[in-house]
Design a protein around this ligand. Structure first.
Ligand code: GLV
Ligand code: MN
Ligand code: MN
Length: 572
């Protein structure tokens, strides 16, 4: 029955089956990845080479395996226009010349329903530029994805809950801010029309799923409550954010809204109430894009929303207060959003990993052990604008060079720790000209480390170096701290709950720190929290439109969430 999962290579399944019995298909899938992982490179290469070219000779002469015929026709590769066909042939030839093996892509895609020809060609073009070692592994990962879909087909299994979560994210991504929507980019920043449309849509879906109450609160969060079996029971708090970075991905934040939504929909359809309620918050702001204030949505739940933030201005000079008023929010009501920790069991957040770890380990889920602490600055260095042709190199006060020097120091200093990171993500010479030595340079610094002490030493060194650079170069710096969030180790009882849920799915446990910041690190200040990570495709890239995750992985996340609820209920 399982022949054909791996193209002309039944040995992989055979070796995996020697490790029977399996708790779940997910476990069998993982064991098959382990078999291939421990095989020789020659055997791995032979497997890659057993695959036909996309829309290649084998497709035309109809000598593909039954599985490949199905996949290639489902992806519409049989219906290529002459131009598309010629393009793919050229890419096949270029790819083979560069790497020496055929290009492997799971053309059924992350949702299993088939990538478009444009998507296939775009992946092909992008991956042609990858490093051969990376590309070799990426081919193997695509082969595992192909096997996963074939296995589902053979068992008649469809990740229906994962598909629903995937489809919600796809549907929500139609809303994007002006200036980005036109370019087909996803950008949803705080309280723009697209942001308001997202909130309205999420609120509607929450009602459709059977939540008992849905409220749009004073900071623009959408808060849904599913009542417990008894009226004075505590609540489990969960959720994540729906704002995005500029030209971001569709899953960052949103996955953590839709996974619990799907789980509650199942409870409601089964007519079940738990001994605790579920409060799901779709946080309106986490990314710190439009205003300097970051995590302002989760801060409001801690009673830590600072009223002076209301005077901050966006790039168009609109204050936060004005933006809120225009959106019909009432800033005076924000203090009322403060949650009483005693009314809650704790906070759990599901999030796409946003990094390569789970992807490399062929693991769909990971358990977060801690969230790295961070500090951010917005800075400006002022030197002296002067003539680019006449100012000798030893007489310049070049503000951009000073920032460049600091930027390289940040890179080198963070690397020294091994697990700290430093990023200058904004860099601008305001009003600069090609023939003027920069007199001013604006920049940002984002510093993170696994614990606060390590982060603080990093910060101290960076600030000391900034002063030394400015003194030597005769320039002046002003630096404004815009964010400081403590590292947030997971509460061990809650981390264990996620571990039990993942283990019950038959998957190995992998605990890992989170390099990214999350709403959970704010809730951490008032209640126990722990997070679950879901593998990202494309080497886990995030804050990038290539961010992706499969509906099979989302299915497992919904199942893990459901199991966490069951375990928690059984504690009562
Ligand atoms: C949030 O996405 C962050 O970690 O910057
Ligand atoms: Mn993000
Ligand atoms: Mn996020």
């Amino acid at each position: 029955m399982l022949d054909g999962l791996y193209e002309n290579s039944p040995w992989i399944t055979q070796a995996a089956l020697r490790r029977r019995p399996f708790t779940s298909l997910a476990q069998l899938k993982h064991v098959m990845t382990q078999v291939l992982d421990t095989a020789t490179r020659e055997a791995q290469l032979a497997l890659i080479c057993a695959h036909p070219e996309l829309a290649g000779k084998a497709m035309l002469s109809q000598t593909l395996t039954a599985e490949s015929t199905h996949e290639q026709s489902r992806a519409g590769l049989r219906d290529c226009s002459p131009q598309e066909f010629a393009k793919i042939q050229q890419l096949n030839a270029d790819y083979n010349a560069r790497f020496g093996w055929p290009f492997i892509l799971a053309v059924r895609g992350p949702r299993g329903t088939g990538l478009s020809r444009q998507q296939i060609i775009a992946s092909f073009e992008r991956r042609l530029g990858e490093h051969p070692d990376f590309e070799f592994q990426e081919c193997l990962r695509n082969i595992h994805r192909i096997a996963e879909i074939r296995l589902n087909d053979k068992f008649g299994v469809e990740p229906t809950l994962g598909n629903r979560v995937w489809d919600w994210q796809e549907a929500l991504s139609v809303h994007s801010d002006n200036g980005f929507a036109e370019k087909n980019q996803l950008t949803v920043t705080y309280l723009t029309p697209a942001h308001r449309a997202c909130a309205a849509q999420i609120g509607q879906w929450m009602l459709d799923c059977g939540f008992d109450e849905v409220v749009h609160d004073a900071v623009g969060n959408v808060v849904a409550r599913y009542h417990a079996s008894s009226p004075d029971a505590k609540y489990l708090l969960t959720g994540s954010h729906f704002d995005t970075v500029r030209n971001g991905g569709k899953y960052d934040g949103r996955l953590g809204i839709f996974v619990p939504m799907a789980a509650v929909r199942e409870l409601q359809r089964a007519g079940r109430r738990l001994p605790f309620g579920i409060e799901l918050v779709a946080f309106s702001e986490e990314e710190g894009q439009r205003y300097q204030a970051t995590f302002l949505a989760s801060s409001a739940l801690l009673g830590a929303f600072r009223s002076e933030w209301l005077e901050q201005k966006d790039a168009d000079g609109i204050t936060l207060r004005e933006a809120m008023q225009q959106a019909g929010l009432c800033p005076n009501d924000i203090p009322k959003l403060r949650r009483e920790a005693a009314h809650y069991l704790g906070f759990v957040e599901v999030h796409i990993e946003q990094g390569p770890v789970l992807n490399e380990l062929n693991l769909p889920l990971g358990i977060v052990s801690s969230i790295n602490g961070s500090v951010r600055y917005l800075g400006e260095i002022s030197g002296m604008a002067s003539h680019a042709g006449t100012t000798p190199m030893d007489r310049r006060r070049d503000a951009a060079c000073a920032v460049a020097e600091l930027m390289l120091y940040c890179e080198q200093r963070a690397a020294q720790d091994g697990d700290s990171v430093a990023t200058v993500g904004l860099l601008e010479v305001p009003g600069g000209s090609i023939n003027v030595v920069p007199g001013q340079c604006r920049f940002s610094i984002d510093l993170r480390a696994p614990n606060d002490a390590q982060r603080d030493t990093l910060v101290r060194d960076v600030l000391a170096r900034q002063q030394a650079i400015c003194a030597r170069r005769g320039v002046h710096a002003s630096l404004q701290e815009t964010l400081r969030v403590a590292a947030a180790p997971s509460a061990s009882a809650w981390q264990t709950r996620w571990e039990r849920a993942v283990a019950a799915l038959g998957l190995p446990l992998h605990a890992m720190p989170s390099g990214a910041g999350h709403d959970a690190m704010k809730l951490h200040e008032i209640m126990p929290q722990a997070m679950l990570f879901v593998r990202g495709e494309n080497a886990g890239i995030s804050h990038n439109p290539l961010e992706s995750s499969t509906s099979d992985d989302m299915q497992l996340a919904v199942e893990a969430f459901g199991l966490l609820l069951e375990n928690l209920a059984s504690d009562f």
